[in-house]
Design a protein around this ligand. Structure first.
Ligand code: 89V
Length: 335
């Protein structure tokens, strides 16, 4: 399948080599508004053509899909441009700058009859998949409560300075991932309450969010996220999860250790991510999951069933915006 990458910023340095791990795909052109950055990336990864005008790229190339890795504000526009030409779309999270725009993206692709996938990779992290498998095995019985944590003091703004400028930060950036992991593990939410705050005075948006959900299964799910946490052990970029069930508990803890506790005792296994030579060790478990996420999306593009479709991700986007609504009005949001 022939494809093009739109956006050659920080994330493209991992997204592109992750594609190169898979057979049957060919990156034929990259677009970036600043041409020199696109040229650098194209040279590094052997991409034959470079454009600084997206229309010209779409006119010149025959593509099966585009992979949009630009800032969130341009996602709806580039999605529409590709969809109107009958080209499939993959887009980074968060899908769009607002819920109505995300809904519009899904509608635009549906009307055009092209597939839309959101690159939601956290649920593809090897330790999270192992946790899901353990849950589904029934070893802890029916789960009744869970804590999903992403709390860090990592200087995330060094590599991604635009994050400091976002008026709505942690719920859109990490919340998109963490709330999607909650859905992946525990299903849909019935209601939600959220509190947010900003601790770091040098950024625009909130850097702490605590979301409390009742899931349709009845499970109580506490999703906590913070970029202001100075803790004994820094865990970036790991998502740590504790699930309690009627017969025991599962604890995905530091350094990819999954502990299973029942009345018979505790066992532990370590589920390490594949350490590709192109990944940044500071982001290992996240970068590694890009390959598995891309593989699943490719399966979807070939007509199979993929997990992170636009329609599916809309449910995650709804949780993000319901969290802001709850925090703003100090109200419980029911779905
Ligand atoms: O995947 C992401 O959303 C990145 C990072 C891992 C730093 O949170 O922004």
């Amino acid at each position: 399948m022939r494809f093009s990458v739109f956006g050659t910023g920080f994330w493209s340095n991992y997204q592109i080599p992750a594609w190169q791990e898979l057979d049957g795909v060919e990156l034929v052109a990259v677009y970036n508004r600043t041409r020199s950055r696109a040229e650098d990336v194209a040279a590094r990864f052997g991409v034959p053509r470079v454009f600084d005008n997206p229309q010209q790229l779409l006119d010149a190339e025959t593509l099966d899909f585009v992979d949009i890795i630009t800032d969130v504000d341009t996602h709806p526009l580039f999605t529409r441009m590709a969809a109107e030409r009958g080209i499939g779309v993959i887009c980074q999270k968060p899908m769009a700058p607002s819920l109505p725009l995300a809904e519009e993206m899904v509608q635009v692709c549906r009307t055009a009859g092209v597939p839309l996938f959101i690159h939601e990779n956290f649920r593809w992290q090897a330790p999270i998949r192992a946790l899901k498998q353990a849950l589904d095995s029934g070893v802890i019985g029916q789960p009744f409560k869970a804590r999903v944590s992403f709390c860090s003091g990592f200087p995330v703004f060094d590599n991604q300075p635009f994050l400091a400028e976002l008026e709505r930060f942690i719920l859109t950036d990490i919340g998109s991932h963490v709330l999607d992991v909650c859905r992946f593990l525990f299903g849909e939410a019935r209601s939600l309450y959220c509190l947010t705050r900003r601790v770091n005075p040098t950024i625009q948006g909130e850097d702490v969010a605590n979301v409390f959900m009742e899931m349709e299964s009845g499970l109580h799910c506490y999703a906590e996220m913070s970029y202001a946490s100075i803790l004994e052990k820094e865990s970036f970029p790991q998502t740590l999860v504790l699930v309690e069930g009627e017969r025991g508990s599962l604890h995905l803890t530091y350094d990819f250790v999954l502990k299973t506790t029942t009345r018979q005792g505790t066992t532990a296994e370590t589920i390490r991510p594949v350490l590709y030579d192109w990944l940044d060790p500071d982001y290992a478990v996240v970068h590694s999951s890009i390959v598995d996420c891309n593989r699943d999306i490719l399966h979807g593009l070939r007509g199979g069933r993929a997990e992170t479709t636009g329609e599916d991700n809309l449910r995650t986007v709804r949780l993000v915006w319901a969290s802001y609504q709850s925090a703003e009005h100090q109200e419980l949001v029911r779905f």
